[in-house]
Design a binder for this molecule. Structure first.
Ligand code: MG
Length: 304
């Protein structure tokens, strides 16, 4: 698992007649930050830290202030777009630690709301977002309330491998239904509905071809809903798809119910789970290391 760390910093002037947005939250104050967007200095620092972690340039590269479409834009949209960029590179935010530097107003009452906003946008828990604030003890431009500064450090981890896919079906690509789903449902790709008699088995096409990275496999597993409702399950499960297989993914379904079961085009028939594969080399030997159990076999320890 690979980790990357990024650092971001941002400054804005404070002026009368502007709204003050910090961490995606509107803060009541007589001054606000001046900028092309809503000038949310904290979200900008976090965006820069995320981009910096992957050496993807800075916020100005991706969202230039010369582009009229970003004028007055809500910086939450910029953070969302930055997060999409990170996800597209296969990375996910682990945690954010940020500090605001401003003389007034007091930030503490708004910290929980900022953490909640940021964690929702980044898809992490609030315990992984830290926001602190300090004054400069009246020193410098911050002390004179002419401006404010935000600093952020972000850690990312490489979570998603890219897998090349050819989709010859007319169905959308398989996807994770929730943030922590481990499998993606596969859909039947059929010209006509199929009927499986009791105990009949069939190879059901999906129209999908994968190029699985070396060192990984994909497993085809049954779906619990299909099994309990219709008695439909997979044979040869979990079926392994090797990294060098380029043929169409097909699912061996069997009907274990007492009635014929119909499978329609687009039905979700199985799930696909990706796994890392450990490879071994054999070490030939005349004997194995002794254990307390030794040759005690399957069921040797009884049922209670
Ligand atoms: Mg900025």
């Amino acid at each position: 698992m690979s980790f990357r760390t990024g650092f971001g910093i941002d400054f804005h002037q404070l002026v009368e007649g502007r709204e003050l947005w910090l961490g995606g939250v509107k803060i009541p104050h007589h001054k606000g930050a001046l900028g092309h967007s809503d000038a949310d200095v904290l979200l900008h620092a976090i965006c820069d830290a995320m981009l910096g972690a992957l050496a993807l340039g800075d916020i100005g590269t991706h969202f230039p202030d010369t582009d009229p479409s970003f004028k007055g834009i809500d910086s939450k949209i910029l953070l969302q777009k930055t997060n999409d960029l990170i996800l597209h590179q296969g990375y996910k935010v682990v945690n954010v630690d940020a500090a605001l530097c401003l003389e007034a107003p007091k930030i503490k009452p708004h910290v929980a709301s900022m953490c909640s906003t940021i964690s929702t946008l980044l898809g992490v828990s609030t315990s992984n977002v830290s926001i602190k604030a300090t004054t400069t003890e009246k020193m410098g431009f911050v002390g004179r309330e002419e401006g404010l500064v935000a600093y952020a450090v972000v850690q990312l981890h490489h979570q998603f491998n890219k897998v090349r896919i050819v989709n010859r079906s007319h169905h959308p690509l398989p996807e994770y239904a929730t943030l922590d789903s481990s499998g993606m449902d596969l859909r039947a790709f059929l010209e006509h509905p199929l009927t499986l008699s009791p105990l009949e088995r069939l190879l059901v096409p999906t129209g999908l071809h994968l190029e699985i990275p070396t060192g990984m496999e994909a497993q085809v597993r049954p779906r619990s809903g299909l099994a309990i409702r219709q008695g439909l399950t997979c044979l040869n499960t979990p079926g392994t798809i090797d990294a060098d297989y380029r043929g169409e993914i097909k699912v061996i379904l069997i009907n274990l119910s007492n009635e014929p079961q119909v499978i329609n085009d687009g039905d979700r028939i199985a799930q696909l789970v990706f796994q890392n594969v450990e490879k071994i080399v054999w070490e030939s030997s005349a004997e194995l290391t002794a254990t307390k159990r030794n040759e005690g076999g399957f069921g040797h320890t009884g049922t209670n």
